[in-house]
Design a protein around this ligand. Sequence first.
Ligand code: C5P
Ligand code: MG
Length: 157
Amino acid sequence: MDEARIGFGEDAHRLAEGRPLVLGGVPLPEPPRGAVAHSDGDALLHAVTDALLSAWALGDIGAHFPDSDPAHAGADSAVLLRRALGVALDHAGDLRPRQVSAVVTLDRPKLGPHRDAIAASLAALLELPLDRVGITFKTSEGLAPDHVQARAVVLWG
Ligand code: C5P
Ligand code: MG
């Protein structure tokens, strides 16, 4: 039986005015721009979901929840994450997610004030204590002002 597994995930969405911006399951108040997406465009949850699946070589979010399927239009990414977690747990024996470490790259708005809420949301979704949920924020230094990007690593043990 495996002693540990690791999964990495990444996601990006284009930004546009008049769209909601949801990160880690947390809708940000009055975002200047939000994510253009078939679902709610939560790049952080999509990255974490891919990391959960990747740890068990189970493909990715699009393979499990195709965005061509109308059932996934406007989908709550938290629901998709929980479904992917269930699929992964079915392959994981006694292992379960033990730690998540993620980076969100976004020029505006500042995300620091929302770090605790985003971490608490991710901790609840993954059933992890807060000290095992590390979230960092970066600007693109103006190199990618039109999109939000997230990357995540999940350790299973
Ligand atoms: O990308 P840069 O190093 O300039 O980011 C500086 C700091 O600004 C980051 O360490 C992070 O704490 C914060 N930040 C933020 N919200 C963003 C981007 C960066 O709070 N959208
Ligand atoms: Mg996405």
